[in-house]
Design a protein around this ligand. Structure first.
Ligand code: GLU
Length: 481
């Protein structure tokens, strides 16, 4: 058993960083950091066709954005690298050869069509799919014949029939009957390793002490343990995290739910603090029931004892709630800085002071940063096309007109444009005319913002100031004439 705690995230760069991978990375990172261990990044790019450098960048950028730093990885050549599996093919070949030499593996010449036929027959006979093992004892002449046909063999691992039992960090004791497995491929016919084989070898060579990954990998674990045993490798501890599900309780998928950290969350203006908090609560909870967590606090509090066994459903509302919470918690200066970075070249950012005032108006209401332009637009330019929404639900055009005209009259006389005196004034206008407050406040707010949902009437009047407010109210009176 390794003394030092070493965990890893082992993404395949065949797509953008998936929230499921970010979730797994977080739990590995937390465990390593809480035990003064090491967190390692290993890129599993053995599938040359589907792996792309831009996905490696997306994955590493996303994890850095979350604050999950690693101690060893592709850019850090020290330790037990290289950390790109595409640079380790010679290593996998060597171990495959060792297994072949020890008769623990054999060449398999079956074609995909033959294997498919075998599977179909098994399913017709209501048998579980399992490789028959037919290439295990080929004669010299059979091999020569396959070679002459130009067949390229894969390498299969001979599965010994036995019970494999291990103690999962989360699920407890798990047991498998390997007799059900069938001999599995460790090197494909194109000479590349399967993920199962490369992973087992690298976990050993990189001295990974704890393999923490999604529950979808649970059935790979007994196979990897068999490989470890065959190669005389130390067997790591395993922990399988409960899955994240779509709201319809199917496995999280991008067809049904946002899944890309960069496209669906970073670009939409979610904050790393909210994302971390959201991810950790899918699976883990504190005994105290505390809901808001920073990475720093989590390091002190995290333990696998508090990771549940049941899957979590992806809850967008919860994420929005958490993101809103972290946005509200920020000082207005910090929010302005982060929002300016996020919005980049947007015109509204240019006048720093005005931008900050506008932000302070909407800070309470924001769920994410990408809502900012739409929510503060009215502060920078007069709204248009609000004709259809200016009459409140239970109001009439006549009453609306009257409310605006009357309010204008009083507002023109008012010199204190602070929100409190404006509130007194406009409530008095309503009472005087026998209107409910909404009949007066709604059309003014729409005249000023052009929106159904916006900050309140008094705040907006105060922020826009007397001159601009009166100008917009006058225009509204024209518009609805
Ligand atoms: N490359 C695998 C994946 O992305 C890693 C599995 C593992 O953690 O062992 O699912």
């Amino acid at each position: 058993m390794n003394e030092e705690i070493r965990t890893r995230i082992a993404p395949s760069p065949t797509g953008l960083l998936h929230v499921g991978t970010a979730h797994t990375a977080l739990f590995n990172w937390l465990f390593a950091r809480s035990k003064q261990g090491k967190f390692i990044m290993r890129i599993e790019d053995t599938d040359k066709e589907r792996s792309r450098d831009e996905f490696i960048d997306d994955i590493t950028d996303g994890l850095i954005w979350l604050g999950l730093d690693w101690d060893e990885g592709p850019e850090r050549g020290d330790g037990y690298g290289p950390y790109l599996q595409s640079k380790r093919f010679e290593i996998y070949k060597k171990y495959a050869q060792e297994l072949l030499d020890n008769k623990k593996a054999y060449y398999c010449y079956c074609t995909p069509e033959e294997l498919e036929k075998e599977r179909k027959e098994q399913s017709k006979n209501k048998q579980a799919p399992k490789y028959s093992g037919r290439c295990c004892n080929l004669t010299e002449s059979q091999i020569a014949k396959f070679k002459a046909e130009g067949r390229k063999p894969s390498v299969r691992f001979k599965v010994e029939s036995k019970q494999i039992k291990f103690k999962d960090l989360i699920k407890g004791i798990v047991e498998f009957d390997t007799g059900l497995f069938g001999d599995f491929v460790i090197m494909k016919s194109d000479g590349t390793p399967t993920f199962m084989f490369a992973g087992a070898i690298d976990d050993f060579l990189m001295k990974i002490s704890h393999v923490i990954r999604g529950e979808d990998h649970l059935s790979n674990t007994p196979r990897q343990i068999l490989l470890d045993e065959a190669l005389n490798f130390a067997i790591p501890e395993y922990g399988h995290l409960p899955l994240i599900l779509n709201p319809d309780r199917t496995k999280l998928s991008k067809r049904k739910n946002p899944t890309s950290l960069s496209e669906d969350f970073i670009k939409k203006g979610y904050l790393p603090e909210a994302m971390i908090n959201f991810l950790v609560l899918m699976g883990w909870s504190a005994e105290s029931g505390q809901e808001f967590w920073t990475l720093k606090d989590l390091i002190n509090e995290f333990s696998f004892d508090n990771v549940g066994k049941s899957p979590s459903v992806f809850d967008q509302k919860k994420l929005d709630f958490l993101n809103g919470y972290y946005i509200r918690k920020m000082s207005i200066g910090d929010l302005a800085k982060i929002a300016a970075d996020f919005l980049g070249k947007n015109e509204m950012v240019k006048d720093g002071n005005k931008f900050m005032v506008a932000l302070s108006l909407v800070q309470e209401r924001l769920k994410n940063l990408s809502e900012i332009p739409e929510q503060i637009e009215f502060f920078f330019k007069e709204p248009s096309s609000y004709k259809d929404i200016i009459v409140p639900k239970n109001g009439t055009l006549e009453k609306t007109k009257k409310a605006l005209v009357e309010s204008l009259k009083y507002l023109e006389e008012e010199n204190d444009f602070g929100r409190d005196s404006l509130e007194q004034l406009l409530r008095a206008v309503a009472t005087k005319n026998g209107f409910s407050a909404g009949v007066v406040l709604w059309p003014i707010r729409v005249a000023l913002t052009g929106k159904i949902a916006s900050p309140g009437t008094f705040e907006v009047l105060e922020a826009l100031g007397k001159e601009e407010s009166l100008k917009r109210i006058k225009k509204a009176i024209e518009v609805i004439k």
